[in-house]
Design a protein around this ligand. Structure first.
Ligand SMILES: Cc1cc2nc3c(=O)[nH]c(=O)nc-3n(C[C@H](O)[C@H](O)[C@H](O)COP(=O)(O)OP(=O)(O)OC[C@H]3O[C@@H](n4cnc5c(N)ncnc54)[C@H](O)[C@@H]3O)c2cc1C
Length: 478
């Protein structure tokens, strides 16, 4: 043992399995103190409301898992740059171990803290546990396919086992009560739908992966774009706070291929989506302004038309486009939205309404249980066309034809927009084109029971293309 007292600082790695910082702390220290700090540094973007709810339950579960193994999770709140040195002082810690974060402000904080601690003769050891590959290990790519090919050429370390025993620290250490951190909604308690949808625990994450690989992955390639099917893994919230590690997902998936070689194509497709998460972190690391600023600078001149009333209709799922409204209501109710529908609602906000992508990004940040700075900002920029490897500006999703293709029987819309449930498919996706008698039979009075379209898609599309032409000209002239 190199140290009498070591600290493992829990950050976005709320699990015991495949946790290199925790394993190293246990190997190198006689006593290991485990701390979580609810960050209050204004430089670091505060979590959104849904993510705070998820954090509460994930911390609760982690502290129970730690207690089951004989240890204690200490919780504090404040500015981590101050709280951590004070805690090291308090417990006479000689070393601290943490798994790295890659959000630009967190990188700055960690660099600053590391220097301060090292100047005070504290040993600092940091590890990768959040990604398959460190963002700096692969040369900078702004196109996904060569990046992903390169990443897969690298060896992916095997995940580490969870420690079976965590010793109780000798002294009484003050810990904040989880209930006092203000992470849960109080009045109103809007989290009922989130509770019905997700259970936060490391065991639930592992079970989710296993069930997905055993039962759902076969049809992943064919059905992953279908919001009416249960065809994707729904692992994103677990990955966002590190309840499961991508290395664990990778190796478990390889085992599944070894057992069932016929699943290879489907599992590879699934892993390539995990690859998009890696790519998003790669982009965030190399382009730290990704969350706020257009990667393609010509977009700085884009003639956005911010419109608080239209933004609100979008947020509330009252645009008059059933697939858009279904997605936005699914998000509000469950804290999650299907990927294809995320693309559609984002395209609608940006291209049909000409509302700046940052306003959509902010709403997702607040309402997504899986809110993740890298994936959220990279995806919004991708849809807008101003990001890396982005959808071309002229790809403007038609919400009606997309809905008819990916929700052919209208089941997804019927679930989330129940006022339309008696309309037949495929007309359910375009109620404004239904005859008076069809609407009457379905009990729908447009403009009263369900809104008329906020904007005509064809007109909106022409307007967006004209706006994009202007920045093309601006770019050519720059
Ligand atoms: C506008 C927009 C915003 C988004 N914001 C987020 C976000 O804040 N957090 C987030 O985790 N994902 C975000 N995504 C990506 C994607 O929609 C979700 O990761 C996915 O829907 C999660 O469902 P799943 O776990 O069932 O995915 P699966 O299809 O089962 O994929 C497995 C895992 O791969 C990763 N993944 C899949 N697709 C993507 C993608 N396009 N980009 C990055 N990673 C991906 C996720 O970690 C996911 O859990 C966003 C996409 C769009 C279009």
């Amino acid at each position: 043992m190199s140290f009498t007292n070591g600290i493992y600082w829990v950050r976005q790695d709320l699990r015991l399995a495949d946790n290199p910082a925790l394993v190293a702390a246990l190997e190198e220290s006689q006593n290991v103190y485990i701390i979580y700090v609810l960050e209050q540094d204004k430089e670091i973007r505060e979590r959104g409301a849904a993510s705070k709810w998820w954090l509460y339950h994930s911390l609760k579960s982690l502290s129970e898992d730690i207690a089951l193994r004989g240890g204690t999770l200490t919780i504090r709140q404040g500015i981590a740059k101050n709280v951590i040195p004070a805690f090291l002082d308090e417990v006479k810690g000689e070393a601290i171990f943490w798994n790295r974060c890659y959000e630009p402000e967190m990188i700055d904080r960690d660099k600053h803290l590391k220097t301060t601690l090292q100047n005070n003769k504290i040993t600092v050891k940091t590890f990768n546990s959040a990604l398959l590959s460190e963002p700096w290990e692969i040369k900078t790519y702004s196109v996904f396919t060569p990046y992903w090919k390169k990443l897969q050429e690298q060896p992916i370390p095997r995940p580490l086992d969870a420690p079976t025993f965590l010793q109780k620290t000798q002294n009484f250490i003050f810990s904040e009560k989880l209930e006092d951190l203000g992470l849960l909604p109080v009045s109103p308690d809007w989290a009922g739908g989130l509770r019905d949808t997700f259970v936060a625990s490391e065991a639930a994450a592992i079970k989710r992966l296993e069930t997905f690989l055993e039962e759902n992955v076969d049809l992943y390639k064919e059905e992953r774009d279908r919001p009416d099917k249960f065809s994707t893994s729904k692992l994103s919230p677990f990955l966002a706070l590190g309840l499961i590690s991508p290395r664990y997902i990778w190796h478990k998936s390889q085992q599944e291929i070894a057992l069932n070689p016929n699943k290879k194509a489907a599992v590879d497709k699934f892993l390539s989506e995990v690859g998009w998460r890696e790519f998003s972190y790669h982009l965030l690391f190399h382009f730290p302004t990704l969350p706020d600023k257009n990667l393609r600078k010509n977009f700085d001149k884009f003639p956005w038309q911010p419109d608080p009333i239209a933004l609100k209709a979008w947020q509330q799922g009252k645009t008059g486009y059933p697939i858009i409204d279904a997605g936005m209501r699914e998000l509000w109710h469950t804290g999650w939205m299907h990927n294809r529908v995320r693309m559609l609602v984002a395209s609608f906000l940006i291209k049909d309404l000409l509302i700046p992508w940052q306003q959509g990004e902010a709403w997702f940040w607040d309402t997504l249980v899986d809110a993740d700075l890298a994936s959220n900002s990279a995806s919004w920029q991708w849809v807008a066309g101003c990001g890396a490897d982005a959808a071309p500006y002229f790809r403007i999703f038609n919400p009606t034809t997309q809905a008819q293709k990916f929700d052919p029987e209208g089941l997804y819309v019927k679930k989330w927009v129940p006022e339309l449930r008696k309309l037949p498919a495929p007309q359910i996706h375009e109620p404004w084109n239904c005859s008076i008698s069809v609407l009457k039979e379905a009990g729908v009075l447009l403009g009263k029971d369900y809104p008329l379209p906020l904007i005509d898609h064809k007109t909106a599309r022409d307007r967006a293309l004209a706006a994009f032409e202007r920045i093309k000209i601006a770019q050519a002239g720059a």
